[in-house]
Design a protein around this ligand. Structure first.
Ligand code: NAD
Length: 357
């Protein structure tokens, strides 16, 4: 198979590309604009693989996308390119509308024309073609009832500009399936964590601030509940769906790991006490660095995923528990200082970039 991955230099996209290179024989074309979140150093282990190619391109540029489709002739599109940080969407929604909505529209249009050509020229390849749109559980809004779970039929009720833009893109994908017959599949996943995560997100931010003896910012009282999934489990689920998922289907993906944000922060502090006992001067315990800050506007309280459909239909279950995945993650950051130091000082881009939080 030839798989075109958009956003392959990001956190989850790079895990997908590394997985495809190490565990399958498929060819990959990675298409990424390389925004602040795109980092080719997350793909250094695959860069010399002859089944892998990279093109720097914006999904808002239809002409450039069409050229990539014509040259690569993909069998599957895995669409991960997005603006993904909720706080940034509150400070400046415009890039989220542009990439997540207009960019997805462009990709759908290019795919539709390409699929039409495939149907005329190569029926066998057309029969296998699939557009896999990667989305989030945040499109469902939040849950009041502690027993409730998001299922594939939960109505959409997004809260932030980020989740609203992702919800819009999901609707576009379903419309292109229904109206134009483009074979699509959508996945909605819970919060990911793991190696190569940009340090503006909660888990890497807490690890790196603790190691530097800086405050550990927790929104509100830290009682917001998220379901956490180790990124390599997500990458495996995505490849399963891309290869075997039913056309027109939606699959929720989750880790069965509901945790309050404050529990996550305490768990990281405990792991660091064990794995990095030499603390910065003046720090008695890492947990002493916890600092409660003003809550994010519109902050959703609880997300929780019912992932039984993907388990039942495709046999996917996560390999990591939250404890095993978090331990792996903390160890990865301790062993990969070069990667995150170059992100923090901006040298991965050749310039200094502010890490937000
Ligand atoms: P990320 O921010 O780490 O990576 C996004 C990638 O997209 C970057 O490499 C960036 O350079 C690229 N990109 C941004 N705008 C682009 C454009 N206009 N053209 C081409 N490339 C562009 O995001 P992530 O955490 O890896 O998330 C990937 C996808 O998974 C997103 O669609 C996100 O909504 C979804 N998702 C993320 C999570 C999570 O916990 N991180 C959970 C569920 C779903």
């Amino acid at each position: 198979m030839k798989i075109l991955v958009t956003g392959g230099a990001g956190f989850i996209g790079s895990a997908v590309v590394r997985y495809l290179m190490s565990e399958t024989d498929h060819e990959v074309l990675c298409v990424d604009k390389l925004t602040y979140a795109g980092n080719l150093e997350s793909l250094s282990v695959v860069e010399n693989n002859e089944r892998y190619r990279f093109v720097q391109a914006d999904i808002c540029d239809q002409a450039l996308l069409s050229k990539q489709f014509d040259e690569f002739c993909p069998d599957i599109i895995m669409h991960l390119a997005a603006e993904s940080h909720v706080d940034r969407s509150i400070d400046g929604p415009s890039a989220f509308i542009e990439t997540n909505i207009v960019g997805t529209y462009n990709l759908l249009e290019v795919s539709r024309k390409y699929f039409k050509w495939l149907c005329e020229e190569n029926a066998e390849k057309a029969a296998a073609f699939k557009f896999h749109h990667i989305s989030t559980d945040e499109v469902y809004g939040d849950l009041d009832d502690p027993e409730d779970l998001f299922s594939e039929t939960t109505p959409y009720a997004p809260s932030s500009p980020y989740s609203a833009s992702k919800a819009s893109s999901d609707h576009l994908v379903r419309a292109w399936q229904r109206t134009f017959g483009l074979p699509t599949v959508i996945t909605n996943c819970s919060n990911n964590y793991g190696p190569y995560h940009f340090p503006e997100k909660l888990i890497p931010l807490i690890i790196l601030n603790a190691l530097a003896g800086k405050p550990l910012p927790v929104y509100g009282d830290g009682s917001q509940i998220r379901d956490w999934l180790y990124v390599e489990d997500h990458a495996k689920a995505l490849v399963e769906v891309a290869l075997k998922g039913g056309t027109g289907e939606t699959y929720n993906i989750g880790g069965h790991n509901e945790k309050k944000n404050i529990e996550v922060v305490f768990a990281i502090c405990e792991l660091l006490e064990e794995l990095a006992p030499n603390k910065p001067s003046g720090v008695a315990y890492y947990k002493d660095l916890i600092t409660y800050v003003d809550d994010r506007p519109g902050h959703d309280l609880r997300y929780a995923i019912d992932a039984s459909k993907i388990q039942r239909e495709l046999g996917w279950v996560p390999a990591e528990t939250f404890d095993s995945g978090l331990r792996k993650t903390v160890k990865w950051y301790l062993n990969n200082e070069r990667w995150w130091k170059r992100v923090l000082d901006g040298s991965y881009k050749g310039e200094r970039l502010g890490v937000k939080r």
